[in-house]
Each structure stands twice: as structure tokens, then as C-alpha cells.
Ligand binder design. Structure first.
Ligand code: FAQ
Length: 340
């Protein structure tokens, strides 16, 4: 119920022979690294693919506020609370940039939110896990924001201008988020036995779900081929996952924490870490709506929408009042001009 395949009209990667002249010209611009802007001609499937990805990304930012919001009232110090609140507000801002970027493709924000609330649109699997201890907040910053940056840096160069530009600022802020998470983990892994145990337990629970954030393996990824041809995706799901593992394992070593993967080892020949098999049944189960927190997360968003109805109505009434006042002022100036 919570996630359905959005049909972007794509079954296989199109080649130049399949394309009418306008699409060939479009692909030539992509191949020449010229950005596509909202008023440019684009294939319908490109537009729908972007709406799917950008709206899923926006929903992830907004739903992603919930697991962290759970700890605002329980952050261990005033400073940690202020930092956490700033981070959560940043995530709301990221959602808004992304909804705006998607709106340039001709979908309304109300429609995107209706799709989320009805379970027609996805958001990242990672936000369906609970935040049980303060170390989970450190781990989200360290691993979840770390994975998000790894995926988003290439998106700063993607072919669609509004998405690429939104990503530049988002990546700068995510980088601060990652560091604050790592700082929490550093404090906890140098802390009391109880704090060290919490850090260890949080890494054990979040490691594998973080690797799943990058999506299915390249072999199983339905959208990757065409999205790569359109330069929406510049690196594949598996390439990004490998980069994340390579970057994160030394960070875990520095914290004195063990990554919960007995198969993890450095491979001199490839120059990368080898790692164990991901449990894809867990991933598919979570994106189908059966993760530990899917129902709570969606219900929280639906409640926020319903409870915010009076704010939207008041904002609309205020905007109408201002517009009517401005129209009256213009009419009065025009009247004065005619009588002068
Ligand atoms: N969760 O063919 P592919 C953040 C779906 S932001 C749920 O490989 P694609 C910030 C996929 O949609 C995190 N569903 O698909 C933060 C597709 O289903 P569909 C979000 C997933 O699009 C930090 C199907 O599986 N980031 O964390 C997931 O080419 C801390 C087949 O997959 C973005 O959204 C998943 N993990 O590649 C906030 C980045 N993975 O739509 C608060 C932009 C795959 O056909 C606190 N998105 N699926 O029904 C992307 O780069 C891509 O969309 C991928 C998936 C890589 C996620």
C-alpha cells in the first residue's frame, strides 16, 4: 500500500534510432553537458523520471525529520539540542528546494504531497527505522547524511538545471550534518562504557540499512540505464555504495567501532573494501511498507497535513487580502491619474 511503482513510461534504454529528431537534439545537448531548463523541450519520460526521483528525494528530507525530531526534547545538552534543531530545520529547507525544483516540471506541491499521503510515492527506506538512543542521532548524521552526500555530490552535475542547482546548497549543509553526527559518535566512543555500548549498538543497527539507501544492485536497478543515458545518474548505485564503504570504514576504525560485517576486508588488488551480501529481502520489505516505522512515519505526515489546514487557509486569506489591497491601491492611482 505504501509504495507503488510509478510508471515513467520507460521499458528499456532508447537509442538514437528510436528517437524522433527533437529527441535526438535533446540527447545531443545532454551528451554535450548542456543543462536542460524547465522551458526546454524534453521527452515526457525524462520529465516523469525527474518528477519521480526529485519528489521521492523531497519526501525523504521531510520524512527524515521525524526520527531526529524524536530526540529534540531529549538531547543531552542545550548545545546539542540547538545543533539538532538547526539540522532538522535544514532538512525542511532541503525538502522545500526540492519540491520547488519538481514544480518546475509541471507538478504541483499539493499533488506530490497527496501522492505521498496516499502511499503512491516513495521516500528513502532508511527513515523507516526507529531512533532508540542518542547514539542513533550521531549515527544518522555520520552514516545517513554521509550516504546522502555521497549520492548527492554527483547530482550537483546532473542534466536538469533546477535539480543540479538545488543540490549545491543541500550538499554544503549535509556536510555540516555529517560532521555533527561524527562529533556525537566521537564523544560517545570516547565516553563511559554505557556510551560506548550505545555507539556500538547504533552502528550495528544502522550499517546495513545505510548501505541499502543507495538502492538495489546495478543488475536489479530498473531505472539506472536510462537515467545514466540522460545524465540524471552519473554514478551507479553500486559504485556509490562502494565509495561509501571505502570512505566510512576508516572512520569507524578511528572511532574504535567495528562494522557489523564479518566479510568486510581490504582488497589490495581492487583497492577497495570487499563487503558481505546485503539482505535485499529486508530492503524490499521496507519499501513495500513493512519496515518497523512505515505506518508511524506516514501517519505523522498525514496528521501534520491535516493539522496544518488552518495555517494554509489563514495564509491564503492573508494573501487574498493583500492582493485585494494592492488592486485597490492601483485602481486609486489610476483614478487620480484620470482626474488630474
Ligand atoms: N528507498 O531503479 P532504481 C537524505 C526504489 S536524502 C526507497 O535503482 P533510481 C537526507 C526506486 O525509487 C535520501 N526506495 O531507482 C537526510 C525505484 O522505485 P520506483 C534520499 C528506493 O531512482 C539525511 C526502485 O527502488 N535521497 O537522506 C530506494 O534510479 C538525514 C528501483 O530502484 C535521494 O532520494 C531507497 N533507498 O535510483 C534527511 C537521492 N532505493 O520509484 C534527514 C536521489 C531505490 O520505480 C536526515 N535519488 N528505491 O517505484 C536517487 O539518487 C535515486 O532515486 C536512488 C534510486 C539511487 C535512490
Amino acid at each position: 500500500m505504501y509504495a507503488q511503482m510509478v510508471d515513467t513510461g520507460l521499458k528499456e534504454v532508447r537509442t538514437a534510432d528510436d528517437m524522433p529528431p527533437e529527441e535526438r537534439a535533446f540527447q545531443a545537448r545532454i551528451d554535450a553537458d548542456i543543462k536542460i531548463e524547465p522551458k526546454d523541450w524534453m521527452p515526457e519520460a525524462y520529465r516523469r523520471t525527474l518528477i519521480r526521483q526529485i519528489s521521492q528525494h523531497a519526501h525523504s528530507e521531510i520524512v527524515g525529520m521525524l526520527p531526529e525530531g524524536n530526540w529534540v526534547t531529549r538531547a543531552p545538552t542545550l548545545k546539542r539540542k540547538a545543533i539538532l534543531m538547526a539540522k532538522i530545520q535544514d532538512e525542511a529547507g532541503h525538502g522545500l528546494y526540492l519540491y520547488s525544483a519538481a514544480e518546475t516540471l509541471g507538478i504541483s506541491r499539493d499533488q506530490m504531497l497527496a501522492d505521498l499521503h496516499a502511499g503512491r510515492a516513495k521516500y528513502s527506506s532508511i527513515f523507516n527505522y526507529p531512533t532508540l538512543t542518542w547514539a542513533d542521532i550521531g549515527t544518522i548524521g555520520w552514516l545517513v547524511d554521509g550516504a546522502a552526500i555521497m549520492n548527492q555530490i554527483p547530482l550537483c552535475r546532473c542534466s536538469y538545471g533546477p535539480y543540479a542547482r538545488a543540490m549545491v546548497r543541500i550538499c554544503k549543509e549535509e556536510s555540516f550534518h555529517q560532521r555533527q553526527g561524527y562529533d556525537i559518535m566521537l564523544a560517545m566512543s570516547r565516553g563511559t562504557d554505557e556510551q560506548q555500548a550505545m555507539a556500538k549498538d547504533a552502528l550495528a543497527r544502522w550499517w546495513w540499512p545505510s548501505l541499502m539507501m543507495f538502492g538495489p544492485s546495478d543488475a536489479a536497478s530498473v531505472h539506472s540505464g536510462q537515467s545514466a543515458a540522460w545524465k540524471i545518474k552519473l554514478l551507479s548505485n553500486d559504485e556509490l555504495r562502494q565509495r561509501f564503504v571505502d570512505q566510512t570504514v576508516p572512520q569507524a576504525d578511528f572511532l574504535g567501532l567495528t562494522v557489523p560485517d564479518p566479510a568486510l576486508r581490504w582488497n589490495d588488488e581492487t583497492g577497495h573494501y570487499d563487503f558481505g551480501a546485503i539482505d535485499w529481502s529486508e530492503f524490499h520489505n521496507v519499501i513495500k511498507g513493512n519496515g518497523p516505522c512505515n505506518r508511524d512515519r506516514l501517519q505523522a505526515r498525514v496528521n501534520a497535513w491535516d493539522e496544518g489546514a488552518w495555517v494554509r487557509e489563514a495564509a491564503m486569506a492573508h494573501a487574498e487580502k493583500r492582493a485585494a489591497g494592492a488592486a485597490r491601491a492601483v485602481a486609486s492611482i489610476q483614478q487620480q491619474g484620470r482626474t488630474a
